[in-house]
Design a protein around this ligand. Structure first.
Ligand SMILES: NC(=O)c1ccc[n+]([C@@H]2O[C@H](COP(=O)([O-])OP(=O)(O)OC[C@H]3O[C@@H](n4cnc5c(N)ncnc54)[C@H](O)[C@@H]3O)[C@@H](O)[C@H]2O)c1
Length: 366
């Protein structure tokens, strides 16, 4: 156990800065190096955190030899950064969701991590929100009886939001893995986005413990009218034999159980969610038994579900898990959906999905 773990952060955009600030604020960590290919972002980060700076992640990592290699680049860069983390001798790699853009890359990341024994954490940090934890506590208390269904919806598109939804649905289901999924997708306006996605995807998940998952993500997902801020229009919950409980990312939590109804506040907040997320990395580095709640194995189970939903949307039918072979799901789904226009569920989605069917937009604005 070390007094202080040395950290390199790569990709000093929005999430890289969140991570670096949270590491710096925690006395168990020291930001010893920063990296970005963008000179202005690199200089701004270096003047804030000091340490080694550079545009080449491998050079920075080999110069610092960090305990923690953290990267917050866009989702097109994953296995390349994992290789650098391993080569630098880091004991833990922390990176952003989604795990990868396709199963070819995701399975390579899994293989590299398993072969190296390096611990890995994926940033599904919403679960630290007080409202997310309240729902988990209600489920764990038994107040819902036997949970038989978990559900999640988000207005944002797949590569941004589905990874989060599935992670919290799995958590509420008792961390079950999936046996099979069946999905559908529509619209290709976001196929060439930096977070390439179908405009709308939905499906069913059969978890190994018998719990059913129902998920919808994107332009056709139902509105969450209780929440104003568009990116936080997400609803994740659990139904059991004796009640239900759900969290709204931007609007607190509520439950109905045999004891009556209850509700409370809470809103996704990076400033509140990042410190405990980072602290749990120190705990895991200190003690192998204190596995991080956002560990890679858990994130990968969710990632496989997302990729299987894409395969089902392309090929039809149910897709069994775990996946046995690799594919470029997002590339293939993009070709499958090319030219298709999504139908919106709510006028609130129109500006985020400008390529949606114009007829429907018109009808909804009347
Ligand atoms: N967990 C969450 O709540 C959450 C929220 C937003 C975004 N994200 C995820 O975080 C990741 C980053 O998103 P962001 O919004 O911070 O993006 P961003 O565009 O603000 O930052 C990415 C940075 O990476 C840099 N970069 C790109 N290639 C590089 C390379 N080879 N070496 C070094 N730097 C490189 C870019 O110059 C940029 O500064 C994405 O995967 C996104 O899905 C997660």
């Amino acid at each position: 156990m070390k007094d202080r773990y040395r950290v390199v952060v790569v990709g000093m955009g929005k999430r890289g800065m969140h991570h670096a600030l949270a590491f710096q604020a925690n006395e168990r960590f020291e930001v010893a190096g920063v990296c970005d290919i963008d000179a202005a972002r690199l200089d701004a980060a270096a003047s804030k955190f000091g340490g080694v700076k550079g545009k080449d992640a491998l050079r920075v990592a080999l110069s610092v030899r960090p305990d923690v290699f953290c990267f917050c680049t866009l989702p097109n860069l994953r296995s390349q950064m994992i290789r650098i983390a391993i080569e630098s001798g880091a004991r833990l790699v922390a990176f952003e969701k989604p795990v990868a853009l396709n199963s070819r890359e995701g399975m390579e990341v899994k293989r590299l991590l398993a072969a190296s024994g390096v611990k890995a954490v994926v940033s599904h940090q919403h679960r630290y929100g007080e409202h997310y934890r309240k729902v988990k506590d209600i489920i764990a208390s038994g107040a819902l009886g036997r949970v038989h269904t978990v559900y999640g919806t988000a207005s944002g598109w797949m590569m941004h939001m589905l990874s989060h939804l599935i992670d919290y649905m799995r958590w509420y289901s008792g961390d079950a893995k999936a046996e099979w999924v069946m999905g559908q997708a529509a619209g290709c306006g976001k196929c060439s986005d930096p977070h390439p996605s179908p405009d709308y995807i939905g499906g069913f998940i059969q978890f190994t413990n018998g719990v059913r998952g129902i998920v919808e993500c994107g332009a056709g997902a139902p509105d969450v009218p209780e929440v104003d801020y568009w990116w936080r229009k997400c609803r994740i919950g659990a139904q059991g034999t004796e009640g239900f409980a759900e969290v709204l990312t931007g609007g607190g939590w509520r439950a109905v159980t045999k004891a009556g109804s209850s509700s409370g506040g809470g809103c996704m907040n990076y400033d509140l969610d990042m410190p405990p997320y980072i602290e749990d990395m120190a705990e895991w580095l200190d003690d192998d038994r204190k596995v991080h709640p956002c560990n890679f194995e858990s994130a990968y189970a969710g990632f496989e579900i997302m990729m299987a939903l894409c395969r089902s949307a392309m090929e039809g039918g149910q897709v069994a898990l775990p996946l046995r072979d690799t594919a470029d799901e997002i590339g293939m789904l993009g070709a499958h959906l090319a030219g298709q226009k999504v139908l919106l569920s709510t006028a609130a989605n129109a500006s985020a999905y400008p390529s949606a069917s114009p007829e429907l937009e018109l009808a909804m604005s009347r």
